[in-house]
Design a protein around this ligand. Structure first.
Ligand code: SF4
Length: 367
């Protein structure tokens, strides 16, 4: 019998999949900020990002057949068909180019099924140094490979967002940024970018940055049109933070919690979120205790399985076992349900998209 959808998604995100046709679906994400080396696949109505270019994916027991002309295919394990899957089609805005000759897909890309995502500043104070860089991050890879540009201007972002809404029906936008050498930690860049996008098109936006040194930035971000905010703890155990993200570990967990407490009244309960990367050393007990603390503050904890991205220092680190993720996501979904926080109520961003984790599928099951 095939496993329930949430557990199948869990397994796919841990093991990845082998594609009989590597060209299936549209271009996969390779490099860039945050999780990468995935392809978007839709299973049982949920669009999820599944690793296809990682070391575990090449050995995965899961195989996706060559899709038909409509993008439909089947996923199997050991020759046994488990589920029908489909691939989102290539966005039409990818064919456009700005007046100054930059392809739109170098400015923003489609994530999941209907999310426009951009890294406004594709460089980071922490990425320049081996002793400071987050060891899971690939923000410089796509830039080095010429798949993006370093600084997306507000005008470019507005132009692409307008087209992506009109041509491809995107429903929300994620704006993340590498951390610049400024005390606002990227908030000012997000303010300018969001204001330009909002002037061009009515599209809910999530901004993502480190906690700025001054909490007044939250008001400015909200006024500029940022509807939801992500400040990503990633990891919480002090030694694990120091080992995996030595630069970012200089910003304490307590500073994050101060910032969450200041941001929730501005953006609203459930509109502030935090990425937590499971599988890099934090125990499940600590992950769940941190989630409980976040939920009490009104912060949505988006727990995501670590993906070993090729070319990063952690490319050989194993992905978390599906059982480990299950033991976090199942109680977390129940905790969220009890608190009234819910992925579908988030106005924009990763928690709403949910494609990098099985969490929202677990939420659907406990609902
Ligand atoms: S969860 Fe966030 S990073 Fe993952 S596909 Fe969705 S928007 Fe992109």
């Amino acid at each position: 019998m095939p496993p329930p959808t949430e557990q199948l998604i869990n397994e796919l995100q841990s093991y990845g999949v082998r594609l009989l046709d590597p060209k299936a679906g549209h271009e996969s994400r390779r490099g860039g900020a945050g999780p990468s080396d995935h392809k978007a696949i839709t299973i049982d109505g949920m669009t999820v990002m599944v690793p296809v270019h990682t070391a575990p994916a090449f050995e995965s027991p899961y195989l996706v057949e060559k899709p038909d002309a409509g993008g439909r295919s089947k996923i199997s394990r050991d020759g046994v068909a488990l589920a029908s899957v489909s691939f989102p089609t290539r966005p039409r805005f990818y064919d456009l180019t700005t007046a100054d000759g930059i392809p739109y897909w170098k400015i923003a890309v489609l994530h999941g099924r209907d999310v426009l995502a951009t890294t406004v500043l594709q460089s980071c104070i922490r990425y320049q140094s081996r002793t400071k860089t987050c060891r899971f991050c690939a923000i410089g890879q796509s830039l080095a490979a010429g798949r993006t540009i370093e600084r997306k201007t507000p005008e470019q972002l507005a132009e692409v967002a307008e087209a992506a809404v009109k041509l491809d029906g995107v429903t929300h936008m994620v704006m993340t940024t590498g951390t610049p050498p400024a005390t606002d930690r990227g908030a000012a860049i997000l303010v300018d970018s969001a204001a330009a996008v909002k002037a061009a098109v009515d599209l809910p936006i999530q901004g993502q940055c480190e906690p700025p040194d001054d909490n007044n930035w939250f008001e400015r971000m909200k006024e500029a049109g940022i509807d939801a905010l992500g400040m990503h703890l990633e990891l919480v155990t002090p030694e694990v933070r120091l080992q995996i993200m030595p630069g970012k570990a200089q910003v304490s967990v307590e500073r994050y919690f101060d910032a969450f407490a200041a941001a929730v009244p501005v953006f609203g309960r459930g509109q502030v979120s935090s990425y937590l990367l499971a599988g890099l050393g934090d125990t499940k007990e600590l992950v769940l205790a941190t989630c409980e603390r976040l939920i009490e503050l009104g912060v949505y904890p988006f727990v995501v399985p670590f993906v070993p991205i090729s070319g990063t220092p952690l490319e050989s680190h194993p992905a978390p076992a599906p059982a480990f993720m299950h033991e976090i996501l199942q109680p977390l979904a129940a905790m969220l349900r009890g608190s009234g926080l819910c992925a579908t109520d988030i106005k924009a961003g990763c928690g709403k998209c949910g494609a990098c984790s099985a969490l929202s599928t677990y939420e659907r099951v406990v609902a």
